[in-house]
Design a protein around this ligand. Sequence first.
Ligand code: 13P
Length: 254
Amino acid sequence: MRIPFIAGNWKMHKTVREAVETATALKTVVAAVEIVDIVLCPPFTALGDVGRAIAGSNLELGAQDMHWEPQGAYTGEISGPMLWELGCTYVILGHSERRHHFHETDDEVARKVQAAFAQELLPILCVGETLEERDAGRTEDVIERQVRAAVAELDAVALPRLVVAYEPVWAIGTGRSATGGEANRVSALIRQWLGQAVGGPSADETRVLYGGSVTPENIAEFIGQPEIDGALVGGASLNSEAFAAIVLAAAGGP
Ligand code: 13P
């Protein structure tokens, strides 16, 4: 069984104080939730304090990116061991904002995925097509390429621990989400490509999330799909009440 997974990507939002306040408020509201993996991904600057604020709770900590080298002369970068030290369990990799604003390539994303596993950090690998690619009928080609490249060096043992987020770029921060059916279809393909690329049935255990304008109002449409195991939430995760409502919906109520 794949355990539902809800992650909040706070992107470049919140001071340390604001981040701790939101995490602390959230912790109380979702304290009784048992069967959902709930992950907060604050900015690097707030990881340590948010980690302390949620210690002992059912919330887990994730980072938004990392470098593939464990250390070195890479001014401004953050490595896997540094995230591990701060208590991170997960790390978002290959987010479209990193691919587009910072020109991250499939090859770099693949190196980061391997480096994360080497550090016992679990990647939340993001894939998704732009509006232009979608309009050109290239959605499947683009996502297949992104998926296969990212897992090319992984073995079947890693797949159940990998989380993939299907985030159509045109749905991110636009208020225009994909339909549940569309996201379900792509999620099934992602699992199929993972299985083909790595071999064996272990992709059946890989959690595939939907991301892109997820809200308390539309989460049911995604979580109700057989191939979708949860959501990677941006804007709505900044507000503890909205994010808690999404978590509670994933838990099956209220
Ligand atoms: P929004 O939920 O704000 O559309 O962001 C989605 C996202 O990019 C999560 O990683």
